[in-house]
Design a protein around this ligand. Structure first.
Ligand SMILES: CC(C)[C@H](C(=O)O)[C@@H](O)C(=O)O
Ligand code: SF4
Length: 439
């Protein structure tokens, strides 16, 4: 795989300490393998960390912890990546200063730095092969659960824990209990992985999986990108990790080496079993201001919308831009509504340039932005005014998330977001030929 790192040492040998041999969940498998003992939910595990990811907004505190508090350099610089993505290009002098310090730190220590325009941290690490099946990837960002898409134990931690991991090459954590989510049936046309993810969060509840590992059994359904959408949303149920079990050849087709030991054992212990029948699912939308406030799009149809945002680590990938372009081809964004499209990475942008997707979107009236987080967390590039309504393909609709506290955010799939942009009101792609009554 392009850009795949070869500098990380092979996995530690399995522990001979098998005092309690019993079937393990995927989280237990990975944490046992990367530690020096067989561990189960509730145990304390000390494990090797294969990659540490630091985002721009946290870089200053990370550097301060490393240099001032720990007086340490990264133990394995090749296992540390800094990504300038959240407010990129810089919006203020202090942001610019923080980013300058991050660059200087990377140059000094030899850690990787992905600078302005390369893209959103999770997308970039995935593209660079810096998350691999069976790895432990810690990020200074809550959506680090995304690495579970490739069967890596990905988890977000604060600057102090991240610095300790960078300095020592290890971390310690309580082994999480696991929730098993089993998907059955096939999606109807027009229903996407985002709809599955939103429905999963509705069923689990906004804090229904707090500190648990959500283990998603999806069979051989879904691309890597779609698996990222599923794993990404897991943290919105409070999860410590979101692991999508590799099915069929899905990951090996992308060039991943999937070790046999990574699969959960039959008979492993789960705290909860959730089954989702995909064939029954309709396009979903999360209404303000909790992610688990999920409805059928049809129930919200007609609501007037000021801004539509297609992008983020949840839905800014090529398949998402394709889904949007399919709806927007030959259409125009409704006057009075703004459509922002921000590819998740420079590679996504290049692909979308090459295959004409961006031209389709631009011609439809989209405003195209620099790969990165864009206005997802309300820092720049499209913040909302009081009273404004935004339909976004992102993962959070909290009060004040994208700007003013009196703005409202609705979360949906790229296809629904695109249809909404054309109608200027919440809509499904099939509505494009209909008149929508105001809600
Ligand atoms: C800035 C970062 C720490 C934050 C996170 O932890 O998730 C952001 O990415 C978000 O989505 O709110
Ligand atoms: S795109 Fe949004 S959710 Fe993802 S890392 Fe950036 S700010 Fe966080």
């Amino acid at each position: 795989m392009e850009g795949m790192t070869t500098s990380v040492p092979p996995y530690a040998a399995a522990s001979p300490q098998t005092g309690r041999p019993r079937p393990q969940t995927m989280a237990e498998k990975i944490l046992s393998r990367r530690g020096d003992a067989d561990v189960y939910a509730g145990d304390l595990a000390v494990v090797e960390v294969d990659q540490v990811m630091v985002v721009d907004s946290i870089a200053q505190s990370f550097i301060e912890r490393m240099e001032r508090d720990l007086g340490a350099a990264p133990k394995y610089p090749e296992r540390v990546s800094i990504v300038v993505d959240h407010v990129a290009p810089a919006s203020t002098v202090s942001v610019a200063q923080a980013q300058k310090e991050a660059r200087e730190y990377a140059a000094k220590t030899g850690v990787r730095l992905f600078d302005v325009g390369r893209g959103i941290c999770h997308q970039v690490l995935m593209e660079e092969g810096l998350a691999q099946p069976g790895w432990i990837v810690l990020g200074s960002d809550s959506h680090s659960t995304t690495y579970g898409a490739v069967a890596a134990f990905g988890s977000g931690m604060g600057a102090t824990d991240i610095a300790l991991a960078a300095a020592s090459g290890k971390t310690w954590l309580r082994v999480p209990e696991s929730v098993k989510v089993t998907l059955s049936g096939e999606l109807r046309p027009g229903v996407s992985a985002k709809d599955v993810a939103l429905e999963m969060i509705r069923v689990l509840g906004a804090d229904g999986a707090t500190y648990q590992s959500v283990e998603i059994h999806a069979g051989d359904r879904f691309t890597r990108g779609e698996r990222m959408t599923l794993a990404n949303l897991c943290v919105e149920a409070g999860a410590k990790a979101g692991l999508v079990v590799p099915g069929g050849d899905i990951l090996t087709d992308y060039g991943y080496d999937v070790p046999e030991w990574v699969y959960p054992d039959a008979g492993a212990t789960y705290v909860r079993d959730v089954e989702l029948d995909l064939s029954a699912l309709r396009p979903r939308m999360s209404a303000p201001s909790e992610v688990d406030n999920v409805h059928d799009v049809a129930e919200l149809r007609g609501l007037k919308v000021d801004q539509v945002f297609i992008g983020t680590c949840t839905n800014g990938r090529i398949e998402d831009l394709h889904a949007a372009a399919e709806v927007l081809r030959g259409q125009r964004v409704s006057p009075g509504t703004r459509l922002l499209v921000i590819p998740a990475s420079s590679r996504v942008m290049e692909q979308a340039l090459e295959d004409g997707t961006l031209l389709t979107l631009q011609r439809a009236g989209a405003v195209l932005g620099t790969p990165g987080c864009g206005p997802c967390m309300g820092r720049h590039q499209g913040v909302l005014a009081p009273g404004e309504v935004c339909v976004s393909t992102s993962n959070r609709n909290f009060i004040g998330r994208m700007g003013d506290k009196d703005a409202r955010i609705y979360l949906a799939s790229p296809a629904v977001a695109a249809a909404t942009a054309v109608m200027g009101r919440v809509a499904l792609p099939e509505d494009l030929t209909r008149d929508l009554a105001p809600a």
